[in-house]
Design a protein around this ligand. Structure first.
Ligand code: ZN
Length: 504
């Protein structure tokens, strides 16, 4: 065989490997009559993709879903940040950080190509000003190109990263080891294969005549992974939606969103400003402007710390949201997926115990925390592991992009202050303008005499309610302060809703 032939054979083998990495196959057991997936059977590759969803920040899912995302009020929050004037975030990087949040599990994604592609996540790039510059003990590293270095120059030189995958052959899993096969129910409950479970599922779905069943092999590529990610948060039947759905799955709205059970204590009583000031220092004051007849909040007026708290929710990984809300987010099948990881069946196949913690309690990546976040999700310490050994040997310190100056410690906030903001009931956040308040009244056709002001405080409990409501409701502030449970999101609202465009 001549060299040319060899080369072309190698090339086509490489290409095959590349294609194999981009596609995986899945066997579905389908009820033909009802056009429904009973369950899917797969190896660990597909399950690992599903598990990795728990480490993705909610802001990433909103970004990927675009205008079609129907995730409560978080989509409005995301759009508000996109439109927010650059003078308000502490640095330009702050806005970018929350619009394109990172995952603390990023290092593992290099073995999950289907997750990395399509902008779901990307490898962080690091920059320094030059190898010669050494102000202080360590070289300063920035994740933002051309950030100012301590020496005054721009940091524009890209630091080489560690090469080579954790398991380049792709044989070994990311989270899971061994050759176990898995059953994935349509509602994304995952377990190791079991005949008993299979028969139990058939009974559950009332299938006695097995002739209605059909085995179906499907390929899973980037497109399907992206759809699954979106349907995971909206639907109770993501596998059916993605693999059997005739409709554009993005256009389908589920009517079975159940309301979330929040703290059943008495609703938060409005207090006087003086009372509030003597409260625990971590609480923040929020003024609500509401219709006194129906206690519907029109908007809230608050300082930069409230805007900061809200925007920082976008960096929360899905798994941490489920954990924060005690496994009851009511978002599609997210709770089921989370519960599957908790399930003991995974005990023997999870590669490392830490990976289980990474999925069930994912941390924020370094510098993605803020002092104003009342739900203190743990923040990962800056880690130099991503750099090549040579670069690590010269000593590097990453910069906290939330500060305009060279700061390497954690802390700080995304939104600069002092500043005042208005936040609508569906979480449109804008710099405060009394004229906007007036336009609210005319848009909703409410007489000035019906408006009252209430002062409330935001503490950890309220922040938790707010997180829960923001996922599924479009009247978040009313739900947090006047309802024990957020109301189900209206799919066809009969009242006119405010949108970011009302302010233009
Ligand atoms: Zn320098």
């Amino acid at each position: 065989m001549d060299t040319m032939q060899k080369k072309s054979r190698n090339h086509s083998k490489l290409q095959q490997n590349f294609m194999a990495a981009k596609q995986m196959s899945l066997t579905l057991l389908v009820d033909k009559e009802r056009n429904k997936v009973i369950y899917a059977e797969s190896g660990k590759d597909f399950v690992e993709i599903l598990l990795s969803f728990l480490t993705l920040p909610i802001g990433t899912v909103i970004k990927l879903s675009g205008k079609q995302s129907k995730m409560g009020s978080l989509t409005m929050l995301y759009k508000s940040l996109e439109e927010l004037d650059l003078e308000f975030p502490n640095t330009k990087a702050c806005k970018d950080m929350l619009l394109h949040p990172k995952s603390s599990a990023e290092e593992l994604y290099k073995n999950l190509p289907l997750i990395v592609n399509r902008g779901a996540t990307y490898r962080t790039k690091y920059y320094i000003c030059s190898l010669e510059c050494c102000v202080g003990i360590h070289h300063l590293v920035s994740t933002v190109k051309d950030a100012p270095c301590l020496c005054g120059k721009k940091m524009g030189w890209r630091v080489p990263e560690e090469k080579g995958d954790l398991n380049a052959d792709g044989e070994d899993g990311v989270f899971i080891e061994g050759k176990m096969r898995f059953m994935i129910r349509d509602d994304l409950k995952i377990s190791v294969v079991s005949s008993w479970k299979s028969f139990a599922l058939l009974k559950k779905f009332g299938v006695s005549d097995t002739s209605v069943l059909e085995e179906m092999n499907v390929n899973v590529g980037e497109e399907e992974v992206l759809h699954l990610l979106k349907r995971l948060l909206l639907s109770k039947t993501p596998l059916t939606d993605v693999f059997l759905g005739e409709l554009n799955v993005d256009e389908r709205v589920d009517l079975d969103l159940k309301v979330i059970a929040l703290d059943s204590e008495e609703m938060v009583e409005p207090q006087t400003e003086k009372e509030i000031c003597t409260e625990y220092s971590k609480k923040m004051i929020v003024k609500l402007y509401q219709n006194k007849l129906n206690k519907k909040v029109l908007y809230a007026e608050a300082g930069e710390e409230f805007a900061d708290l809200l925007f920082s929710l976008l960096a929360f990984p899905l798994g941490s949201i489920v954990k924060c809300l005690g496994g009851r987010t009511s978002m599609g099948c997210l709770d089921n997926l989370y519960k599957s990881v908790e399930d003991l069946n995974f005990k023997d196949c999870m590669k490392y115990e830490e990976f289980k913690a990474m999925l069930l309690d994912p941390k924020l990546p370094p510098y993605f925390g803020t002092k104003n976040q009342l739900l203190q999700i743990e923040e990962q310490a800056p880690c130099p592991m991503a750099f090549s050994r040579v670069m690590r040997s010269i000593g590097l310190s990453t910069m906290n992009q939330k500060f305009p100056d060279a700061v390497t410690e954690l802390g700080g906030s995304f939104v600069a202050g002092p500043a005042l903001f208005m936040v609508t009931d569906e979480l449109v956040v804008k710099p405060l303008s009394p004229m906007l308040g007036v336009s609210f009244l005319s848009n909703f056709n409410i007489p000035v005499s019906d408006i009252e002001e209430q002062i409330v405080w935001m503490g950890e409990k309220e922040a938790m309610s707010l997180l829960g409501a923001s996922l599924i409701s479009n009247s978040v502030l009313t739900d947090v302060f006047y309802h024990k449970r957020p109301r189900q999101m209206e799919t066809k609202p009969n009242r006119r809703m405010f949108s970011a465009h009302d302010f233009i």
